[in-house]
Design a protein around this ligand. Structure first.
Ligand SMILES: Nc1nc2c(c(=O)[nH]1)N[C@H]1C(S)=C(S)[C@@H](COP(=O)(O)O)O[C@H]1N2
Ligand SMILES: [Mo]
Length: 332
């Protein structure tokens, strides 16, 4: 993607609050087996909200990856090789080159990590990765994945339905949209260092509530049965298979339920080129290129491997009803 607008915003540093609410405290105590034991007062509890030991969420994730089940709806297209999925990336926090994310994320440390849940919900809070992962069984889902730049892959993701996570926070009736933010940390993301990017961080994406709750919308924690690598958006990234890739925000640290549509990063940069919906649609071209076909990876300059682009990236049957009376040309 080409960035047209430019701005000189200084990166904001993301602050992890050590504050914790009743719900996450309860979840932690439950996980630790303290409920009903009558021992809680007698043992010395770790400070709730202190960084969880990395082994713990990593061990939990490993076990869940081992127990994951194949999803019946997987694409029959041939999966893109793992090497391509982890080496050809868009992740502008590392840089705009396709090889920047793999190259510059080698020493990326996920910990410490918290996910803040805020806005129109009964149960907001700051959650550890263990809190987030604990109740969810994982599924292996092979999805087609189409970037707005007209290349595509077929990726065996591992994750769980976003809807199952969102329900835990009990969104109120005012929650009409979900807004997501990526981590801001110039120590971990080189392109967030002062003056190195025209993007105003954090990277922000959003979905309408019904899109977020759709059974195809996945919270991803793995690829090809392995723990998600930083270049693919570790530890948590979204996957909305019927939308252009930029909707599938990586390395999520905030989930906010809102009553109005959030302003997303690409809309802010070039609203005439990147819309809020960003549904894959071969009938609506990007102002600067055709969306009728896509280069399916792996490919080369000599063999671009063009394939026709499908409406809603081939998921029309499952998602068309979400956009029933909408003009997809104006709501691009
Ligand atoms: N935070 C963040 N999320 C992001 C991006 C980004 O630059 N920053 N790029 C998006 C784009 S344009 C695409 S195509 C996909 C790429 O995902 P992949 O590298 O895992 O294939 O991530 C999306 N999510
Ligand atoms: Mo993209």
């Amino acid at each position: 993607m080409l960035i047209k607008a430019s701005d000189k915003t200084t990166p904001k540093s993301y602050e992890l609050t050590s504050e914790s609410d009743y719900w996450s405290r309860r979840a932690w105590l439950k996980a630790a087996g303290y409920f009903g034991a009558g021992l809680a007062a007698a043992v010395s509890l770790p400070v709730v909200g202190a960084p969880a030991s990395p082994e713990t969420w990593q061990a939990m994730l490993k076990q869940k990856l081992a127990d994951s089940v194949a999803w019946a709806g997987s694409s029959r297209d041939k999966p893109t090789p793992y090497e391509d999925i982890i080496q050809y990336n868009n992740f502008y926090e590392f840089g705009t080159g396709k090889d920047d994310p793999a190259r510059l994320s080698k020493s990326f440390k996920v910990d410490p990590w918290r996910v803040q849940v805020a806005g129109e919900v009964a149960k907001p809070g700051n959650f550890t990765l263990e809190d987030i992962l604990k109740p969810h069984a994982l599924e292996d889902r092979i999805y087609r994945f189409r970037c707005v730049e007209a290349w595509s892959m077929v990726v065996p993701w591992v994750g769980f339905p976003l809807a199952d996570l969102l329900r835990r926070f009990e969104p109120t009736s005012s929650a009409k949209y979900v807004r997501f933010e990526t981590l801001v940390d110039p120590d971990r993301f080189p392109a967030q260092r002062f003056g190195r990017s025209t993007i105003s961080w954090p990277y922000v994406e959003g979905l309408r509530m019904d899109e977020a709750m759709h059974p195809l919308t996945l919270m991803v924690v793995g690829v090809y049965g392995k723990t998600l690598l930083p270049q693919n958006g570790a530890p948590l990234r979204l996957m909305v298979p019927w939308k252009y890739g930029f909707k599938s925000i990586k390395s999520i640290v905030k989930i906010e339920f809102t009553s109005t549509a959030p302003k997303t990063t690409w809309q802010q940069l070039a609203s005439s080129e990147y819309g809020f919906y960003a549904n894959v649609n071969p009938e609506v071209d990007h102002p600067r290129w055709s969306q009728k076909r896509e280069r399916r990876l792996p490919n080369s300059l000599w063999d671009p491997n063009w394939v026709p682009t499908q409406k809603f990236n081939g998921y029309e049957e499952q998602v068309a009803a979400l956009y029933d009376k909408m003009n997809l040309r104006t709501h691009f």
